[in-house]
Write a protein that binds this ligand. Structure first.
Ligand SMILES: Cc1cc2nc3c(=O)[nH]c(=O)nc-3n(C[C@H](O)[C@H](O)[C@H](O)COP(=O)(O)O)c2cc1C
Length: 220
């Protein structure tokens, strides 16, 4: 993998597709994987709480353990790395670690920090859906950024939701604080992705106050 490949954003988005067959001989070094994950790690997140952990699975034994959990989808053994994206159900506990350096650097006042911490504590204590919603929402943004980073570096990827999350938790020792969000297989394509198209954007865009009326007229 060359970290100097330059591909413009629109080409990256257009050319990213979910590759199902990888060159099993292609390896990525820890440094190369780290570079990709650093880009994923720069994704935006609510209150900048960075609700994600990345488990990079590179070892053939670990990949073989994953194969039946992923319903025998061979991407997980052929890809150079499978990154399990884990969402943090207690990302509120990171508030101090996230905000205090900003205060020390003069980027955030103590008052603003206290306000933000108050919002976070209130939300995590009083909105029952928030911990899981925030974990999945924010970690998914990191997953998307990871796939685009891979494409920009000349690699291919496939997101996988098709795996048994409970078995994954057990097999890979995921603590209760974290929820498996998705797997992302990354490597060199052996076979190009099956072309896929999207429904016309006109069927997905609505404007202003017309949503319920237009959706009621829609066939889907
Ligand atoms: C959350 C999520 C879960 C997915 N799970 C799987 C999966 O388990 N196996 C698979 O082969 N593809 C999986 N896909 C890939 C989709 O099938 C693919 O993104 C979609 O068909 C569009 O094709 P494209 O990604 O090639 O543009 C998943 C995609 C997403 C976003």
């Amino acid at each position: 993998m060359s970290s100097t490949v330059q591909t413009d954003f629109f080409t990256v988005v257009r050319e990213r597709h979910s590759v199902k067959h990888y060159d099993a001989a292609h390896k990525l070094s820890e440094q190369e994987i780290k570079e990709l994950l650093e880009i994923a790690n720069s994704a935006p997140s609510a209150w900048n709480l960075q609700h994600w952990k990345f488990l990079a699975i590179t070892d053939q034994t670990a990949k073989a353990k994953l194969l039946p959990i992923a319903y025998s989808q061979t991407q997980v053994v052929e890809a150079s790395v499978v990154v399990a994206i884990l969402g943090d159900l207690q990302a509120n506990l990171k508030a101090e670690a996230v905000f205090e350096p900003d205060v020390q650097a003069g980027l955030l006042s103590e008052e603003v920090k206290a306000n933000l911490v108050g919002q976070i504590e209130y939300t995590y204590a009083n909105v029952p859906t928030a911990p899981r919603d925030e974990a999945i929402r924010n970690a998914s943004l990191a997953a998307m950024q990871l796939m685009l980073a891979a494409k920009a570096k000349g690699l291919d990827s496939c997101p996988l939701g098709g795996y048994d999350a409970d078995k994954f938790v057990e097999a890979f020792g995921v603590p209760a604080r974290y929820v498996p969000v998705m797997l992302v297989a990354i490597g060199k394509a052996a076979t190009p992705a099956r072309p896929s198209v999207r429904l016309p954007v006109e069927q997905t865009i609505f404007w202003n106050l017309e949503l319920s009326k237009k959706l009621a007229q829609s066939d889907f």
